[in-house]
Design a protein around this ligand. Structure first.
Ligand code: HPA
Length: 270
Protein backbone atom coordinates (compact mmCIF):
# COMPACT_ATOMS: atom_id res chain seq x y z
CA UNK A 1 0.00 0.00 0.00
CA UNK A 2 2.93 2.31 0.76
CA UNK A 3 3.95 2.57 -2.87
CA UNK A 4 0.40 3.39 -3.95
CA UNK A 5 0.09 6.04 -1.27
CA UNK A 6 3.32 7.66 -2.47
CA UNK A 7 2.09 7.71 -6.05
CA UNK A 8 -1.25 9.23 -5.10
CA UNK A 9 0.44 11.91 -3.00
CA UNK A 10 2.91 12.67 -5.77
CA UNK A 11 0.00 13.10 -8.22
CA UNK A 12 -1.79 15.52 -5.88
CA UNK A 13 1.40 17.52 -5.29
CA UNK A 14 1.88 17.81 -9.04
CA UNK A 15 -1.68 19.10 -9.29
CA UNK A 16 -0.86 21.85 -6.80
CA UNK A 17 -1.83 20.39 -3.43
CA UNK A 18 0.32 22.03 -0.77
CA UNK A 19 0.74 21.09 2.87
CA UNK A 20 -2.58 21.20 4.73
CA UNK A 21 -2.79 21.34 8.51
CA UNK A 22 -6.36 20.17 8.70
CA UNK A 23 -8.39 17.55 6.85
CA UNK A 24 -12.17 17.71 6.62
CA UNK A 25 -14.60 14.97 5.58
CA UNK A 26 -18.01 16.20 4.51
CA UNK A 27 -20.87 13.75 4.87
CA UNK A 28 -24.11 13.17 2.98
CA UNK A 29 -25.91 16.40 2.17
CA UNK A 30 -23.12 18.41 3.74
CA UNK A 31 -21.42 20.34 0.96
CA UNK A 32 -21.87 23.96 2.05
CA UNK A 33 -18.61 24.13 3.94
CA UNK A 34 -16.81 23.78 0.63
CA UNK A 35 -18.26 27.14 -0.40
CA UNK A 36 -16.57 28.83 2.55
CA UNK A 37 -13.17 27.65 1.36
CA UNK A 38 -10.89 29.68 -0.85
CA UNK A 39 -10.09 26.79 -3.11
CA UNK A 40 -6.68 26.65 -4.76
CA UNK A 41 -7.06 23.25 -6.43
CA UNK A 42 -9.74 20.62 -6.77
CA UNK A 43 -9.51 17.14 -8.25
CA UNK A 44 -12.31 14.65 -8.89
CA UNK A 45 -11.84 11.35 -7.14
CA UNK A 46 -12.08 9.47 -10.41
CA UNK A 47 -8.95 11.24 -11.67
CA UNK A 48 -6.83 10.36 -8.65
CA UNK A 49 -4.61 7.29 -9.05
CA UNK A 50 -5.37 4.42 -6.66
CA UNK A 51 -8.50 6.09 -5.35
CA UNK A 52 -11.40 3.67 -5.11
CA UNK A 53 -13.07 3.51 -8.53
CA UNK A 54 -15.73 6.14 -8.53
CA UNK A 55 -19.28 4.88 -8.84
CA UNK A 56 -21.94 6.79 -10.75
CA UNK A 57 -23.11 8.43 -7.54
CA UNK A 58 -19.63 9.52 -6.75
CA UNK A 59 -18.47 11.08 -9.95
CA UNK A 60 -19.08 14.35 -8.12
CA UNK A 61 -16.84 13.41 -5.22
CA UNK A 62 -13.73 15.54 -5.05
CA UNK A 63 -10.73 16.53 -3.04
CA UNK A 64 -10.22 20.27 -2.46
CA UNK A 65 -7.16 22.13 -1.26
CA UNK A 66 -7.36 25.71 -0.07
CA UNK A 67 -7.74 28.16 2.81
CA UNK A 68 -10.31 28.16 5.57
CA UNK A 69 -10.16 30.47 8.58
CA UNK A 70 -6.54 31.29 7.76
CA UNK A 71 -5.38 27.67 7.64
CA UNK A 72 -4.53 25.37 4.78
CA UNK A 73 -7.09 22.60 4.54
CA UNK A 74 -7.79 19.54 2.44
CA UNK A 75 -11.44 18.64 2.09
CA UNK A 76 -13.18 15.47 0.99
CA UNK A 77 -16.41 16.54 -0.60
CA UNK A 78 -18.20 13.22 -0.48
CA UNK A 79 -16.81 10.05 1.03
CA UNK A 80 -16.75 6.33 0.24
CA UNK A 81 -19.00 3.84 2.04
CA UNK A 82 -18.82 0.07 2.46
CA UNK A 83 -22.43 -0.10 1.22
CA UNK A 84 -21.26 1.04 -2.21
CA UNK A 85 -19.17 -2.08 -2.49
CA UNK A 86 -15.85 -0.67 -1.32
CA UNK A 87 -13.64 -2.40 1.22
CA UNK A 88 -12.83 -0.78 4.54
CA UNK A 89 -9.31 -0.22 3.22
CA UNK A 90 -10.72 1.63 0.20
CA UNK A 91 -13.02 3.70 2.35
CA UNK A 92 -10.14 4.87 4.51
CA UNK A 93 -7.49 5.30 1.80
CA UNK A 94 -8.15 9.05 1.51
CA UNK A 95 -7.48 9.50 5.24
CA UNK A 96 -4.02 8.01 4.74
CA UNK A 97 -3.52 10.39 1.82
CA UNK A 98 -4.52 13.43 3.87
CA UNK A 99 -2.09 12.36 6.58
CA UNK A 100 0.72 11.99 4.05
CA UNK A 101 -0.07 15.45 2.75
CA UNK A 102 0.61 16.72 6.26
CA UNK A 103 -2.62 17.07 8.25
CA UNK A 104 -2.43 16.86 12.04
CA UNK A 105 -6.14 17.20 12.70
CA UNK A 106 -9.16 15.54 11.09
CA UNK A 107 -12.67 17.00 11.24
CA UNK A 108 -15.40 14.54 10.32
CA UNK A 109 -19.09 15.06 9.69
CA UNK A 110 -21.99 12.77 8.88
CA UNK A 111 -25.76 12.51 8.74
CA UNK A 112 -27.14 10.25 11.46
CA UNK A 113 -30.37 8.98 12.90
CA UNK A 114 -31.16 9.71 16.55
CA UNK A 115 -31.40 6.69 18.83
CA UNK A 116 -31.47 9.03 21.81
CA UNK A 117 -34.88 10.58 21.35
CA UNK A 118 -33.91 13.73 23.24
CA UNK A 119 -32.03 14.63 20.06
CA UNK A 120 -34.17 16.23 17.37
CA UNK A 121 -33.93 16.42 13.60
CA UNK A 122 -31.76 19.31 12.50
CA UNK A 123 -29.66 19.34 15.70
CA UNK A 124 -25.99 18.47 16.04
CA UNK A 125 -24.27 15.79 18.12
CA UNK A 126 -20.61 15.81 19.01
CA UNK A 127 -19.38 12.21 18.80
CA UNK A 128 -17.57 11.45 22.05
CA UNK A 129 -17.22 7.71 21.47
CA UNK A 130 -18.27 5.08 18.98
CA UNK A 131 -19.38 1.50 18.43
CA UNK A 132 -18.00 -0.25 15.37
CA UNK A 133 -20.69 -2.45 13.83
CA UNK A 134 -19.08 -2.63 10.40
CA UNK A 135 -18.20 -6.27 10.97
CA UNK A 136 -14.49 -5.80 10.39
CA UNK A 137 -11.67 -3.30 10.76
CA UNK A 138 -9.85 -1.10 8.24
CA UNK A 139 -6.68 -2.28 10.01
CA UNK A 140 -7.32 -5.99 9.41
CA UNK A 141 -4.76 -6.62 6.68
CA UNK A 142 -1.34 -8.17 6.30
CA UNK A 143 0.86 -5.14 5.76
CA UNK A 144 -0.72 -2.92 8.38
CA UNK A 145 2.36 -2.81 10.60
CA UNK A 146 4.29 -1.11 7.77
CA UNK A 147 1.96 1.83 8.24
CA UNK A 148 1.69 1.96 12.04
CA UNK A 149 0.75 -0.03 15.14
CA UNK A 150 -1.52 -3.01 14.68
CA UNK A 151 -3.17 -2.88 18.12
CA UNK A 152 -4.28 0.72 18.03
CA UNK A 153 -5.42 2.23 21.31
CA UNK A 154 -9.08 3.28 21.32
CA UNK A 155 -9.37 4.61 24.86
CA UNK A 156 -9.90 8.15 23.53
CA UNK A 157 -10.40 8.13 19.76
CA UNK A 158 -11.84 11.66 19.80
CA UNK A 159 -9.60 14.47 21.02
CA UNK A 160 -10.81 15.66 24.42
CA UNK A 161 -9.27 19.10 24.12
CA UNK A 162 -10.79 19.71 20.69
CA UNK A 163 -14.14 18.50 21.99
CA UNK A 164 -13.99 20.99 24.87
CA UNK A 165 -13.08 23.77 22.47
CA UNK A 166 -15.98 22.91 20.19
CA UNK A 167 -18.42 22.82 23.09
CA UNK A 168 -17.24 26.30 24.14
CA UNK A 169 -17.69 27.60 20.61
CA UNK A 170 -21.19 26.12 20.42
CA UNK A 171 -22.14 27.75 23.70
CA UNK A 172 -20.87 31.14 22.55
CA UNK A 173 -22.71 30.88 19.27
CA UNK A 174 -25.93 29.55 20.88
CA UNK A 175 -25.82 26.39 18.80
CA UNK A 176 -27.29 23.24 20.33
CA UNK A 177 -24.55 20.63 20.43
CA UNK A 178 -25.52 17.33 22.02
CA UNK A 179 -22.89 14.78 22.86
CA UNK A 180 -23.01 11.03 22.52
CA UNK A 181 -22.04 7.67 21.10
CA UNK A 182 -22.22 6.99 17.37
CA UNK A 183 -22.82 3.47 16.11
CA UNK A 184 -21.60 2.72 12.60
CA UNK A 185 -23.49 0.10 10.59
CA UNK A 186 -22.88 -1.06 7.02
CA UNK A 187 -26.30 -0.26 5.51
CA UNK A 188 -27.49 0.67 2.94
CA UNK A 189 -30.82 -0.58 4.25
CA UNK A 190 -32.10 1.37 7.21
CA UNK A 191 -32.61 -0.35 10.54
CA UNK A 192 -35.56 -2.43 11.66
CA UNK A 193 -37.44 -1.56 14.84
CA UNK A 194 -35.70 -4.47 16.57
CA UNK A 195 -32.33 -3.11 15.46
CA UNK A 196 -33.16 0.35 16.82
CA UNK A 197 -34.06 -1.26 20.15
CA UNK A 198 -30.77 -3.18 20.04
CA UNK A 199 -28.77 -0.02 19.30
CA UNK A 200 -30.34 1.70 22.28
CA UNK A 201 -29.47 -1.23 24.56
CA UNK A 202 -25.92 -1.17 23.23
CA UNK A 203 -25.57 2.44 24.32
CA UNK A 204 -25.71 4.26 21.01
CA UNK A 205 -27.14 7.78 20.80
CA UNK A 206 -26.98 7.99 17.01
CA UNK A 207 -26.56 5.62 14.07
CA UNK A 208 -25.08 6.05 10.64
CA UNK A 209 -23.16 4.25 7.91
CA UNK A 210 -19.79 5.96 8.01
CA UNK A 211 -17.16 7.76 10.09
CA UNK A 212 -15.93 4.95 12.35
CA UNK A 213 -13.63 3.39 9.72
CA UNK A 214 -12.06 6.78 9.01
CA UNK A 215 -11.69 7.53 12.71
CA UNK A 216 -9.99 4.18 13.34
CA UNK A 217 -7.45 4.90 10.60
CA UNK A 218 -6.97 8.47 11.83
CA UNK A 219 -6.08 7.00 15.22
CA UNK A 220 -3.76 4.52 13.53
CA UNK A 221 -1.98 7.59 12.16
CA UNK A 222 -2.05 9.50 15.47
CA UNK A 223 -4.19 12.31 14.11
CA UNK A 224 -6.30 14.47 16.39
CA UNK A 225 -9.91 13.71 15.57
CA UNK A 226 -13.19 15.49 16.10
CA UNK A 227 -16.50 14.35 14.63
CA UNK A 228 -19.99 15.79 14.51
CA UNK A 229 -23.26 14.15 13.46
CA UNK A 230 -26.09 16.09 11.95
CA UNK A 231 -29.27 14.48 13.25
CA UNK A 232 -31.48 13.95 10.22
CA UNK A 233 -34.17 11.65 11.58
CA UNK A 234 -35.52 10.26 14.83
CA UNK A 235 -35.43 6.49 15.13
CA UNK A 236 -38.24 5.70 17.51
CA UNK A 237 -39.01 1.95 17.38
CA UNK A 238 -42.39 2.58 19.02
CA UNK A 239 -43.46 4.90 16.21
CA UNK A 240 -41.33 4.15 13.19
CA UNK A 241 -42.26 5.83 9.93
CA UNK A 242 -40.92 4.66 6.56
CA UNK A 243 -37.64 6.42 5.91
CA UNK A 244 -37.51 9.22 3.41
CA UNK A 245 -34.02 9.82 2.04
CA UNK A 246 -35.03 13.18 0.55
CA UNK A 247 -36.11 14.30 4.01
CA UNK A 248 -32.83 13.09 5.52
CA UNK A 249 -30.90 15.16 2.99
CA UNK A 250 -33.20 18.15 3.56
CA UNK A 251 -32.50 18.06 7.32
CA UNK A 252 -28.78 17.76 6.69
CA UNK A 253 -28.94 20.86 4.51
CA UNK A 254 -31.00 22.71 7.11
CA UNK A 255 -28.58 22.00 9.96
CA UNK A 256 -25.48 22.56 7.94
CA UNK A 257 -24.98 26.30 8.57
CA UNK A 258 -24.52 25.49 12.28
CA UNK A 259 -21.96 22.83 11.45
CA UNK A 260 -20.12 25.22 9.12
CA UNK A 261 -20.07 27.93 11.81
CA UNK A 262 -18.63 25.50 14.38
CA UNK A 263 -15.96 24.06 12.09
CA UNK A 264 -14.87 27.49 10.83
CA UNK A 265 -14.37 28.79 14.34
CA UNK A 266 -12.69 25.59 15.51
CA UNK A 267 -10.14 25.78 12.71
CA UNK A 268 -9.40 29.38 13.66
CA UNK A 269 -8.64 28.26 17.21
CA UNK A 270 -6.43 25.29 16.31
N1 HPA B 1 -29.85 4.94 10.12
C1 HPA B 1 -30.97 5.60 10.45
N2 HPA B 1 -31.14 6.87 10.18
C2 HPA B 1 -30.18 7.52 9.54
C3 HPA B 1 -29.02 6.91 9.18
C4 HPA B 1 -28.83 5.52 9.47
O1 HPA B 1 -27.81 4.91 9.17
N3 HPA B 1 -28.24 7.83 8.56
C5 HPA B 1 -28.94 8.98 8.59
N4 HPA B 1 -30.11 8.80 9.18
Amino acid sequence: MKEQLNKTVQFLKERGFGTPEVGIILGTGLGQLAEAIQTEVEVSYNHIPFFPTATVEFHQGKFLFGDLSGKKVVVMQGRFHVYEGYSLRDVTYPVRIMEQLGIKTLLVSNAAGAINLNFKKGELMLINDHINLQGSSPLAFKGVTQLGERFVDMSAPYDLKLNDTLKEIAKKQHITLHEGVYASVVGPQLETRAEYRMLKILGADAVGMSTVPEVIVANHLNLNVIAVSVITDECNPADLKPVNIQEIIAYATKAEPDLVALFKELIKEL
